[in-house]
Design a protein around this ligand. Structure first.
Ligand code: F6R
Length: 366
């Protein structure tokens, strides 16, 4: 049932190219320049007239929501707020019938997310679900939605659900950007071509597993780790840190790279591994200067860079290369080595990778 893999998590990491193709299937017709999504098409007027989109989710799904915030604002120019479902529902939030609420949930059973959408519905908002489990409570409670079609995710740590959520949300952003005239036809077409190449690029990345495993062996005894990223990759830094925490029990924090000097820089010494996402188009120069600041304080740097990078390579202790793609879609690639890094560290430490202590696959109590 694990398809020859030692753990479900590793199997699910490796399933990502196929899972993303399944997410595209029947929806993205790249050569014709079409994105078909019934859940959006059937309610297009609502989406086009929305004042803002409020995304509610928990955990990894919340991180996918943060990536979506960057995508929707950049591509479709719609204001977005991303909320922890648990905070949103208890805050007396301001919701109107001009709002669209998007609930993101792998299981479709998360109690706080379910309660948040019931609240939003009661205030007149249109609620759209991005779920993986077909027929789940959230899928049933929402007005419309789009399934991620990632297939069953058994490992407690979410992997393919995250990348397929980002895939669905990218398609929605592009579809709305085009319908609103916020993105040129040529850019729309080129983005579809770019997205179509992502599964192959993930395939390429999975082949560097041995390199990531080696890095894991070097840092497996760390007690703290910092993950830094900017822009589209800031949420990936949060997700990388969450993945490490939950399966290895090593304390980790994700931060926007520029926030480092507002506090976390005090933690840096020669025992602190810092994972920095430094893709070539993502405020590269600024991230490079963050890397230099870390180096001058003797921190150990594991950098995720774009193929062909030379500058960061000279400073970092380790570099992991990702294939080139549009910056907006880099989270689909930069996430992969971070998943593998957490996985290998957890295996080295003898942790129960698929069922970490104290965690459940779906959190049906608040
Ligand atoms: C992290 C993880 C959790 C879930 C969170 C939301 O790997 O698994 O943080 O992402 O409990 O779950 P869903 O997406 O099922 O609502």
């Amino acid at each position: 049932e694990k398809g020859g893999y030692e753990h479900f998590m590793l199997k699910e990491i490796h399933e990502q190219p196929k899972a993303i193709i399944d997410t595209y299937r029947g929806r993205m017709l790249a050569d014709q320049g079409i994105i078909k999504m019934a859940g959006v098409d059937d309610h297009l007027e609502k989406f086009l007239n929305a004042d803002r989109i409020i995304i509610v989710a928990c955990g990894t799904s919340w991180h996918a929501g943060l990536v979506a915030e960057y995508l929707f604002e950049d591509i479709a120019r719609i204001p977005v707020e991303v909320e922890y479902a648990s905070e949103f529902r208890y805050r007396n939030p301001i919701i109107t019938d001009k709002d669209i609420v998007i609930a993101i949930s792998q299981s479709g059973e998360t109690a706080d997310t379910l309660a948040a959408i019931k609240l939003a519905k009661s205030k007149g908002a249109f609620v759209f679900g991005v779920c993986n489990v077909v027929g789940s409570s959230i899928a049933r409670e929402t007005h419309a939605g789009a399934y991620t079609h990632a297939g069953p995710e058994i490992g407690v740590a979410s992997t393919k659900a995250f990348t397929t959520q980002i895939t669905v949300l990218s398609l929605i952003a592009l579809k709305l950007g085009k319908a609103k005239g916020k993105i040129s036809n040529s850019l729309f077409h080129s983005h579809l071509q770019t997205l179509q190449l992502i599964p192959k690029k993930i395939e390429e990345l999975l082949a560097i597993d041995d390199q990531v495993k080696h890095i894991a062996s070097v840092y497996k005894n760390a007690t703290n780790c910092l993950y830094l990223g900017r822009g589209f990759n800031f949420p990936v830094a949060l997700e990388g840190a969450l993945k490490l925490k939950e399966i290895s029990y090593i304390h980790a924090e994700g931060y926007p790279a520029a926030e480092m000097k507002h506090g976390p820089i005090a933690l840096i010494d020669e025992n602190m591994p810092i994972i920095v996402i430094a893709t070539s188009k993502g405020h590269y120069e600024k991230v490079v200067s963050n890397i230099q600041e870390i180096k001058s304080r003797s921190g150990k740097i594991i950098a995720i860079v774009t193929q062909g990078d030379t500058t960061v390579k000279e400073i970092a202790d380790h570099t992991i290369e990702i294939p080139e793609t549009e910056e907006a879609f880099t989270p689909l690639l930069t996430t992969i080595p971070l998943q593998l890094l957490s996985y290998h560290i957890a295996v080295f430490l003898g942790r129960n990778v698929d069922q970490p202590r104290n965690l459940a696959k779906s959190v049906t109590v608040e």
